[in-house]
Design a protein around this ligand. Structure first.
Ligand code: TA6
Length: 288
């Protein structure tokens, strides 16, 4: 998906174009990054479902959903929607530019979601959430920050990144060996990852605890991708497999073979902020 293939109901978006041709598309709805193309090969590196639903209140299947103020149903308030409300709401564009900041070759945009009457009805807290996306060369960096603008805050959060893959059976995820994980698809048990890279088949749905700043590698026969995270302690790995995918109305037939979610997450412990305090965390993707 790119700006010229976005459906009309996707709403307003920000187009990021770096001087070297790398590009990304960020919807104001959910501050949702729906497309990332690297410089040179112009290959789409994110998966966004052709059957994704857009518009007010929708959660888009694919791209980079922002989960806040809870990841899944693991959060401060179990009455909140699965993965929270941030991905379902319209954000504001604060600023965008090219060639400033830490990398002069990157195009960037910063979007913001602040509490309002509707969010306070769901979650009675004052907050300011910001997402900054930076694209250039073979890289996409996404930073999420949260400021407690009223009282103290407690939340969980994630960047639920859908990485495009050519052929799921040939994909391997390296770098999580020895990590403890919660195996949701495997019956809700805790386990330890062995030395073999992760392969995909039936549903994989795992939260790897305390991954911290370990660098992960998504390996395919003809391409690869390096993932790093800062400030996010946990990593979630999800692919629905064929059986679960068949129950997801916003996924096209065979769609599960086109992506793997590798998500930078802050789940355990939840993030706690004192009034006025700010938390920030990043996911950095580098294609090869
Ligand atoms: O991150 C993995 C997960 O929490 C899975 O349990 C799975 O349900 C997935 O997210 C997708 O959730 P969604 O609400 O977007 O359908």
């Amino acid at each position: 998906m790119s700006d010229d293939t976005l459906p009309d109901d996707a709403g307003p978006c920000v187009l990021l174009r770096a001087p070297d041709g790398a590009a990304a598309t960020v919807l104001l709805h959910g501050a949702h990054v729906v497309s990332w193309r690297t410089a040179g090969d112009g290959l789409e590196r994110l998966y966004t479902s052709p059957k994704a639903r857009y518009g007010d209140g929708q959660a888009i299947r694919g791209g980079v959903p922002v989960c806040f103020p809870q990841f899944g149903d693991r959060g401060p308030d179990t009455a909140l929607a699965f993965h929270g409300f941030a991905r379902r709401r319209a954000w504001q564009l604060v600023d965008q530019g090219v060639g400033e900041g830490p990398d002069a070759n990157q195009a960037w945009a910063r979007l913001r979601l602040s509490d309002d009457e509707a969010t306070r009805a769901l979650w009675p807290h004052a907050f300011q959430l910001e997402l900054e996306a930076r694209v250039g060369g073979d890289r996409l960096d996404i930073e999420l920050s949260v400021r407690a603008t009223g009282g103290p805050l407690a939340f969980t959060a994630a960047l639920h990144t859908y990485l495009a893959v050519a052929d799921l059976p040939a994909v391997r995820l390296e770098g999580l060996d020895g990590s403890r994980y919660f195996d949701k698809a495997g019956g809700g048990v805790e386990a330890t990852q062995g030395t073999a890279p992760i392969a995909f088949g039936p549903e994989t749905d795992r939260i790897y605890w305390g991954v911290g700043e370990r660098v992960l590698r998504l390996v395919e026969p003809t391409r690869g991708l390096t993932l790093a995270q800062e400030g996010f302690g946990d990593t979630v790995v999800w692919n629905p497999g064929a059986q679960r995918a068949a129950q997801l109305a916003d996924l096209a037939a065979g769609g599960e073979a086109r992506f793997v979610c590798v998500e930078a997450a802050a789940i355990q412990p939840p993030v706690t902020l004192a009034p006025g305090q700010r938390w920030q965390a990043r996911q950095r993707l580098k294609a090869s």
